[in-house]
Ligand binder design. Structure first.
Ligand SMILES: Cc1ncc(COP(=O)(O)O)c(C=O)c1O
Length: 405
């Protein structure tokens, strides 16, 4: 044997990356299903509603066109980019050149990972609020950089304090990622906060990434702003949008990047080395999705707001201290003290809850070290299912508080 190893090894960066934890409770789920038990899945942020038939029709029609059956246009379908730019102008009041300022993506997660490969290198940092949506960390680390985590604390409404980032960190930072309405905490920020982030990133020449996956899922008065509404942001910022959430199209994999034209073209250059762009039939479905209009988006938003209101009341009735989310589709729930006292983790809590009640949540550690004492509840079931889930959670928690092992 010439090699000292007895198998083909993956890269060290990948080996050291924790496995994507959403899958870790799958075996328990399968066992429960095999036993005929009902699972209420509030784990993955995959919307429960079906894609609108008008969007599905556009996809079918789109795929029937011979041109769309060939490799796509690398830089995106002009009609799709025009539609995104028009929508952007209407929604945020910002003019975007559809040709140079927009790049379609195979879902925004793909773009967020790839932008790190376009800009990161050994010795450089990405500043991320933490807990984080996993790819905010994983993209940078897989691309050879490091992350500097800004802890999101309940006393700050889960918003990062930008004033306390050390100078040496700012000097080594190539990118900063913000994402509000936030996954997993549901926190929101105002325009003044975005202004501060833009000023800071301009001062230190940091690429500012705004992941606006929940642009249309916001509650009460917390309608999100685009980073591109901020004066000067187009010098340093790029924003990611998705069709997965408000349009219930997670399965189609469609998103887009919008913003600074140099950054867009750098991301495009990277992607031409890796993929062939986005399926054009899916981009046609995206046009139909935007055409569903404000009424559709508002209906979806209000459905999540109703779910948020119901779950908030239910958790308060259980005596759990949770921050009321201002947007997105999640509750960030502290695990019971009895678990922490016994040195048990968020994984233990989620595993016990699943095994005993069939309610599936995501352990907070999935979102980084500051998630250790939390679980995430995704509002991705209709109200009747959420009601049963909350009843089961209440019964489980009252048992957990009296349990000694
Ligand atoms: C903050 C955030 N960004 C991006 C994504 C990924 O969206 P997409 O389906 O477009 O890849 C998600 C999905 O949950 C998310 O929560």
């Amino acid at each position: 044997m010439k090699s000292p190893y007895n198998k083909i090894l993956p890269s060290l960066r990948l080996v050291e990356m924790p496995s994507y934890a959403f899958g870790q409770l799958d075996a328990t789920k399968e066992k429960l299903l095999a036993e005929g038990k009902e699972i209420i899945d509030l784990s993955l942020g995959s919307p429960d509603r079906e894609t609108d038939p008008r969007v599905l029709q556009a996809l079918t029609d789109g795929m029937a066109k011979p041109r769309n059956q060939k490799y796509p246009i690398f830089s995106g379908l002009p009609a799709f980019k025009q539609k995104c730019a028009d929508h952007f102008k209407k929604r945020f009041g910002v003019d975007i050149d559809p040709e140079t300022g927009i790049l379609p993506l195979n879902g925004s997660k793909e773009g967020i990972a790839h932008i790190a490969f376009a800009y990161m290198q050994e010795g450089l940092l990405t500043i991320i609020p933490s807990p984080y949506y996993p790819v905010h960390m994983r993209g940078t680390v897989l691309a050879g950089g490091h992350v500097h985590e800004l802890e999101l604390k309940p006393e700050n409404n889960f918003v990062a304090d930008l004033d306390t980032i050390p100078e040496d960190i700012l000097l080594r930072a190539r990118m900063m990622i913000l994402s509000h309405p936030n996954n997993p905490t549901g926190s929101v920020v105002d325009k003044a906060y975005l202004e501060k982030a833009v000023a800071l990133c301009k001062d230190y020449n940091i690429l500012l990434i705004n992941d606006l996956a929940y642009a249309d899922i916001w509650f009460d008065e917390n309608k999100p702003h685009s980073i591109l509404e901020i004066r000067g942001a187009s010098d340093i910022a790029i924003e990611f949008h998705t069709f997965s959430k408000v349009y219930n199209m997670a399965g189609m994999r469609l998103g887009y990047a919008v913003g600074n034209t140099d950054i867009i073209s750098t991301l495009y250059k990277l992607k031409t080395n890796i993929d062939y762009g986005v399926c054009m039939g899916i981009q046609e479905a995206g046009i139909a999705a935007i055409d569903l209009g404000d009424e559709y988006r508002e209906e979806v938003r209000l459905e999540y707001q109703n779910r948020r209101d119901f779950v908030y009341q239910a958790l308060c009735d259980m005596g759990i201290k949770v921050t009321k989310p201002g947007g997105a589709m999640y509750f960030w729930m502290p695990i019971p003290k009895s678990y922490i006292d016994q040195n048990k983790t968020s994984f233990d809590f989620a595993a016990d809850l699943l095994a005993e009640t069939g309610v599936s949540l995501v352990p907070g550690l999935t979102f980084g070290k500051f998630g250790e004492d939390y679980v995430r509840i995704a509002l991705v079931q209709p109200m009747d299912k959420l009601k049963i889930a909350m009843e089961r959670l209440a019964a489980f928690l009252s048992k957990a508080s009296t349990r000694t092992h």
